[in-house]
Design a protein around this ligand. Structure first.
Ligand code: IPM
Ligand code: MG
Length: 353
């Protein structure tokens, strides 16, 4: 399923599809692409952020390539909006039980000068955040806004069952075993009851993974450590909202939010793949968005849903090569460097596949 969504989601997904079609051809991977409308575009056309039939098609798909959703006309803060574009992605994650959001953050050697952090801080960064995606503050009930005798109020709830924590921790431990065998679990156990349960479950599971070095950090201290000594981290596991905030922060290690891909996985091989950036209404329609986050999401799709590691590697190497050759989109270009637009960057990557 191809769900471009809104704003630059449409532009970067078109680029990602070109790359997918190219590697599918050269690696002889049979694919059938089914496009559909979600987000603000779907609210305009159908009055809902995602139609039930779209969700059904996604359930039957091998994988979902997602762009971004969000439209200022249907702003999240707009209390009068009849539907919110974000419901499309939240609804899909929940309906398909995609509970594990994997966000790899690797600083390409060519980009060590692009971060707002000093090169010696970001050199060698290669971490992956495993974010819980279907529970916690995002989804727990009660969740509502109401008026009582004491005036207006609103409530969100953070609830986790041990089973929900176990399955995400399991994913993180397994991933750590394929990497540098370091796992940092991030919580707020000095304040939150859910975090104390989280920590207990992770510690229990650690007994089954004696080769993995486990540490626990409080989320505030981790937010600091992430920009102070990011190269020391390998796998990070954390709850939904913490993961949302920390991965935007982590993207700055790489220099641009436009660079980061993500995978949302459940129990099977079906996965949803999307760049972590949003629809970026400020630059939408100008053809200047960085397509690399979306293109690297295609690599993750090939690796984790289609079991096509060779094709995935081809894409990642082509992106690295384009960067090593000095090619930059506007978000990464430094003064004096000619920035490529979306289609020129995509072309450059296609040529290097
Ligand atoms: C993300 C986004 C989403 C989230 C929004 C669009 C609902 O910020 O994928 O990180 O908060 O999960
Ligand atoms: Mg986010």
């Amino acid at each position: 399923m191809v769900l471009p969504g809104d704003g630059i989601g449409v532009e970067v997904t078109a680029a990602a599809v070109q790359v997918l079609e190219a590697v599918a051809r050269t690696h002889q991977i049979p694919i059938e692409l089914i496009p559909d409308v979600v987000g603000g575009a779907a609210i305009d056309a159908y009055g809902v952020a995602i139609r039930p039939e779209t969700v059904q098609r996604c359930k039957r798909a091998a994988a979902i390539l997602f762009g971004a959703v969000g439209d200022p006309r249907w702003d999240d803060a707009n209390a009068l909006a009849k539907a919110r574009p974000g419901e499309a992605i939240l609804g899909l994650r929940k309906a398909l039980s995609l509970y594990a959001n994997l966000r790899p953050v690797r600083v390409d050697p060519a980009l060590v000068d692009s971060s707002t952090l000093r090169p010696e801080v970001v050199t060698g960064v290669d971490l992956i955040v495993v974010r819980e995606l279907t529970g916690g503050l995002y989804f727990s009930r009660p969740k509502r806004r109401y008026t009582s005798a004491r005036g207006e109020a609103a409530v969100d709830t953070m609830r986790y069952s041990a089973a929900e924590i176990e399955r995400i921790a399991e994913r993180a431990f397994a991933l750590a075993m394929t990497r540098r065998r370091k796992l940092c679990s991030v919580d707020k156990a000095n304040v939150l009851e859910t975090s104390r349960l989280w920590r207990d479950v992770v510690n229990r599971m650690a007994l089954r993974y004696p080769q993995v070095r486990v540490t626990h950090m409080l989320v505030d201290a981790f937010a600091m450590a992430l920009i102070r000594r990011p190269a020391e981290f390998d796998v990070i596991v954390t709850e939904n909202l913490f993961g949302d905030v920390l991965t935007d922060e982590a993207s700055m290690l790489v220099g641009s939010l436009g660079m980061l891909p993500s995978a949302s996985l459940g129990a099977g091989t079906l996965g949803l793949y999307e760049p972590i950036h949003g629809s970026a209404p400020d630059i939408a329609g100008r053809g200047i968005a960085n397509p690399i986050g979306a293109i690297l999401s295609v690599a993750l799709l090939l690796r984790w849903s289609l079991d096509a590691e060779a094709a995935a590697g081809t894409i990642e190497r082509a992106v690295s090569k384009a960067l090593a050759d000095g090619l930059r989109t506007a978000d990464l270009a430094r003064p004096g460097i000619q920035a490529l637009n979306t289609s020129a960057m995509t072309q450059a990557i296609l040529e290097r596949l």
